[in-house]
Design a protein around this ligand. Structure first.
Ligand code: AMP
Length: 393
């Protein structure tokens, strides 16, 4: 891996592709600064080693220039987190942008305007990538959230640089996935929750080659239960995937991977926090009721599984954690993984909603690593090569 560990940036203008796709509230205040914090180490390393920094990022999915997605809205927050003045350039490419970046002195940082104001970015256009490359002399990719996309600023740009590196964040992300897929201490447990089987199919299949146990929770479990003949009432289900679920159970048996499903769940008479609830066997849910959370017996049953696992991957909540009344399973799981981690297990949490859940319930600092990339993490776990990382080789 081309890391920045032994690189001298003296006199270099270093383009760092960061992922500042952060949420803003209606007063344009950044509501979650995790991604900005995560970029700090790379930026400060480059500055300390004598370089100047040119930050490239996208925010949201603007269709052309749109003030609501301007990087000017986040520049003060970036300055506050880096504890140093960050300049803002209202262009991304062209004469003004090149002039501003060329005049940077060692130790200075500039944040360029949203690269997605240019539709060429997501098309991965080479001329746009070349224009971007003129801003600096060295290229670093530290945007894990978009490393699975062959966009101009994440991938195509790299060909114009002799000196191109993985940032510290990207390095950490790659290493933690490696700790699950290639170097995981056994027994390895993958916990997959969330709403849909269809969105996790390829990942379950590829995990069969590297893990010992798979715990399926959340809305995904009901498709597996229905496939096996259980009654799931009005619970979320994807009937088109029942056959696939059965095949997967067979495949898991062949590969000696244990699949664990909940035995009981909390059912509700409507999809609402104030619904009436009961605890029920997952295979006998009456019509008019739907399963919205892991049940108490299921939680008891997964305790020894989590306690024995040396490596734990967690993607997707065990219930509708956004509703307080259906968050118990997800909280209990978070507590169990935190405890296992404190006793030496390696735990990796990733994928939008599980990250939101660990943050909401205060577990983020108790996991070994919380990934900043949803799609990129899933694709890496599936064994796919990420274009943003390949381009650096
Ligand atoms: P995903 O993006 O696939 O990880 O799905 C996350 C979403 O799944 C969260 O918003 C949860 O509320 C939802 N979810 C988890 N369990 C259930 C369930 N039993 N029924 C419906 N939705 C669920």
């Amino acid at each position: 891996m081309n890391t920045i560990k032994n690189v001298n940036f003296e006199g270099e203008r270093v383009i760092i592709r960061v992922d500042y796709n952060v949420p803003l509230d209606n007063k344009n205040k950044v509501t979650d600064t995790t991604r900005i914090e995560a970029s700090k180490e790379t930026i400060l390393t480059v500055l300390k080693k004598g370089g100047s920094v040119i930050l490239l990022t996208h925010i949201g999915r603007p269709k052309g220039v749109d003030a609501n997605f301007s990087c000017s809205l986040i520049v003060d927050e970036v300055s506050r987190i880096l504890k140093q003045k960050v300049l803002f350039c209202s262009s991304t490419i062209g004469e003004k942008a090149e002039l501003m970046t060329k005049s940077l002195r060692s130790g200075e940082v500039v944040l360029m305007e949203n690269i997605r104001f240019h539709p060429e970015e997501t098309k991965g256009e080479i001329t746009f990538a070349k224009q971007l490359s003129r801003l600096g002399t060295v290229y670093i990719n530290d945007a894990f959230g978009t490393a699975h996309r062959a966009h101009s600023s994440t991938t195509i740009i790299a060909q114009f640089f002799k000196n191109k590196y993985l940032g510290k964040l990207l390095e950490k992300e790659v290493n933690s996935i490696d700790k699950i897929v290639n170097k995981g201490k056994k027994p390895i447990l993958a916990i997959l929750g969330g709403a849909k089987v269809s969105s996790k199919i390829t990942i379950i299949e590829s995990l069969l080659d590297s893990v010992n146990d798979i715990l399926i929770g959340g809305g995904m479990a009901y498709t597996f239960i229905q496939a096996q003949g259980g009654s799931i009432g009005d619970s979320i289900c994807e009937p088109d995937f029942c056959e696939y679920a059965l095949k997967l159970i067979e495949k898991a048996k062949e590969k000696e991977v244990q699949i664990h499903l909940p035995s009981d769940v909390i059912i509700a008479d409507s999809f609402s926090n104030s619904a009436n609830t009961k605890t029920c066997s997952i295979s006998n849910i009456p019509l008019g009721w739907q399963g919205l959370d892991f049940g108490p017996e299921s939680i008891e049953r997964i305790k020894p599984l989590i306690q024995k696992s040396k490596t734990i991957l967690w993607n997707g909540p065990l219930g509708v954690f956004e509703f307080n009344n259906f968050s118990k399973g997800t909280i209990a799981l978070g507590e169990l993984i935190a405890e296992a981690t404190s006793k030496g297990a390696f735990s990796l949490v990733g994928g939008g909603d599980s990250v939101a859940a660990v943050k909401k319930f205060g577990f983020a600092n108790k996991m070994s690593y919380v990934s900043t990339g949803g799609g990129a993490m899933l694709e890496s776990l599936e064994g796919k090569k990420l274009p943003g990382i390949e381009a650096l080789n």
